[in-house]
Design a protein around this ligand. Structure first.
Ligand SMILES: *Cc1c(COP(=O)(O)O)cnc(C)c1O
Length: 298
């Protein structure tokens, strides 16, 4: 459907200084599949967009904030597929829109700005535009998880890993991974939000055969660094150290928290000494453009 739909996805084996001898650590480079539709977002969008095309709607519409990777990816994927795209954005239109929104507009997405109150009543907004195919904020939903499940087959020799680790927002990506991995593989989700108690249930509600699969899932809640998209100096320093050692760029909203959680858990000896861990790099690097220039060493 899109050029990168069939290619293999690179896996980098890494040995940062904090990794003990026996443990193996690899990074699945979803950030490298496409410069614009980076990371997990294409996989999550794939079946929604296919459904939209089959239903012959006037366009696709979805929700997001000013720096949303989901908005950026939806704009890019729709542009490539020739689908009209509408982004419903939280907050009034500012004088200068964020780099994310400017890029989305350049790719042809029509932006609609909503007051914070209107943004909370998404069902009302959706009803006012019944001509569009609506995708939930962040691409949450079963079709999203179905697409994310396809990530697993694209990983060379995927059965060798004892643990899969990914950052979790809506939980759609990890739901897909959980459905597709083998029975003996654990799937760990690092929540990037503070105190999202219903997250595990939201993940499992997207998983077919959840009763059997739930034992393989762990959701870690303590690595949020103050909450969603909070810019913490310690986390930015960790990103710089990690890049110096591995040459892999992380983003401060999602992937840095996932990698930090792995480091912390290794230090607490939560992984068995012969673990073979795969961290899914879910992309999102465009979000780093909201940081002061020079703050990061990449
Ligand atoms: C959207 C996003 C996630 C979260 O994915 P969910 O499927 O919503 O859990 C993780 N990492 C990055 C970089 C993202 O942009």
């Amino acid at each position: 459907m899109l050029p990168f739909d069939a290619c293999d996805i690179a896996v980098d084996k890494i040995r940062p200084s904090w990794l003990p001898e026996g443990i193996r650590l690899s990074v699945l480079r979803l950030d490298r599949i496409d410069p614009l539709i980076s990371g997990n977002k294409w996989f999550k969008l794939k079946y929604f967009l296919q459904d939209a095309q089959q239903q012959k709607r006037q366009g696709v519409a979805t929700f997001g904030g000013a720096y949303s990777n989901h908005i950026a990816a939806t704009a890019a994927a729709c542009a490539q597929l020739g689908i009209a795209a509408h982004g419903f954005i939280r907050g009034e239109r500012p004088l200068h829109v964020s780099h994310t929104l400017a890029l989305a507009e350049k790719m042809g997405m029509q932006l609609h700005f909503l007051s914070r109150e209107a943004y909370r009543n998404k069902a009302v907004v959706e009803k006012s535009f019944p001509q569009y195919y609506w995708i939930a904020e962040g691409g949450y939903g079963k079709l999203g998880a179905k697409g994310a499940a396809e990530i697993v087959q694209r990983v060379p020799d995927f059965a060798q890993y004892t643990h899969w680790v990914t950052a979790v927002g809506t939980g759609t990506t990890i739901a897909g991974l959980l459905m597709a991995v083998n029975k003996n593989q654990k799937v760990i989700g690092v929540s990037v939000m503070k105190g999202n108690a219903s997250l595990e249930n939201e993940i499992l509600s997207l998983v077919s055969d959840a009763e059997n699969k739930k034992w393989q899932l762990q959701v870690w809640q303590q690595y949020h660094w103050g909450g969603y998209a909070k810019k913490q100096e310690g986390l930015l320093d960790f990103m710089n150290d990690f890049f110096r050692e591995t040459h892999i760029p992380l983003d401060f909203v999602y992937t840095a928290k996932a990698m930090w959680a792995v480091k912390s858990a290794i230090e607490k000896e939560l992984f068995a000494p012969d673990s073979n861990i795969l961290v899914v790099h879910t992309g999102g690097l465009q979000g780093n453009l909201s940081l002061p220039p020079e703050r990061l060493n990449f």
